[in-house]
Design a protein around this ligand. Structure first.
Ligand code: SF4
Length: 275
């Protein structure tokens, strides 16, 4: 376990076969959120993400995912004197590429004989796999959905998330409309603004158009360096411009400061550096 100066805890957990997963516990004034991994490494190739460099070593099974959460619930009680309040599937891996195990683990987390957590306190964050988003809607899941969007322009998104060439934004948008139709749950778009990549007015306008197709809100996330000089967080004025223009277009937008940066525990930084 490593402890950040902001209170965030990062765990490296050795599995029975020697592989290591990472999980992060993030305390705020009123909440303690567990950021949970679904795979060791990741099958996808987002170029800004340290986990991508590990490649996918294997899927976690449902018990490994559940145990990860139970361990963090114990940590939360020990260090912050309260149970976990929220869970986000935003750690290592793409949860929709390990769907069966993620769902089984969520069943246990929400079961009265398990942690009895409300599904409304659980968010699954995906890079956006249309077929699986529709499947979740068909399966009538009760948790929330976040999508790592980062660009609403196909050509830009393909550069930073190359797998997106197989999952065009049009298909993603249709699957999200389907999700909303069946779940009535608003979608959160996770979005980092990088200098010279997606900080232009045309990027903002594309995002507005995309958001207007589906009930949604935007969560701008501070970028965490992974030692790649081609990715630099946009300056404050670019972030302010995004926020202003989105708000003027009636889109709810929040800005999330990263936690645990000093111990490589922040979004996109999980890369088993503690090994
Ligand atoms: S951002 Fe998420 S989906 Fe993309 S490579 Fe990293 S862990 Fe995988």
């Amino acid at each position: 376990m490593q402890r950040s100066k902001d209170g965030t805890l990062k765990n490296a957990v050795r599995l029975h076969d020697g592989l290591i997963l990472e999980s992060v516990l993030i305390p705020t004034k009123n909440r303690t959120t567990a950021c949970v991994s679904s795979q060791v490494g990741c099958s996808l190739d987002c170029v800004f993400c340290a986990t991508a460099a590990l490649k996918r070593m294997r899927n976690l099974n449902a018990d490994e995912i559940y145990d990860q959460v139970v361990a963090m619930d114990k940590q939360s009680k020990l260090y912050f004197k309260r149970s976990l309040s929220n869970i986000v599937f935003m750690g290592m891996g793409e949860p929709l590429l390990n769907y069966k195990n993620v769902l089984l683990a969520i069943d246990k987390i929400t079961d009265p004989d398990g942690l009895a957590m409300s599904p409304r306190r659980i968010t699954l964050s995906t890079s956006g796999i249309p077929k699986m988003i529709k499947k979740m809607a068909d399966d009538k899941v009760k948790f929330d959905l976040a999508v790592s969007l980062h660009s609403a322009r196909q050509e830009v998104r393909e550069k930073i998330m190359p797998f997106a060439n197989k999952f065009p934004l049009n298909d993603l948008s249709k699957s999200l409309a389907y999700w909303y139709q069946y779940t009535k749950k608003q979608i959160t778009f996770e979005y980092v603004i990088w200098e010279g990549i997606n900080d232009k007015k045309e990027d903002i306008h594309a995002l507005i158009k995309f958001c207007h197709q589906i009930p949604s809100k935007v969560n701008l996330i501070q970028y965490n360096s992974i030692d790649d000089p081609s990715f630099k967080q946009a300056n404050n004025s670019a972030i302010a411009l995004y926020m202003n223009v989105l708000e003027k277009n009636n889109i709810t937008v929040t800005f999330r400061r990263s936690r645990g940066k000093d111990i490589d525990a922040a979004c996109g930084q999980l890369a088993n550096k503690t090994q």
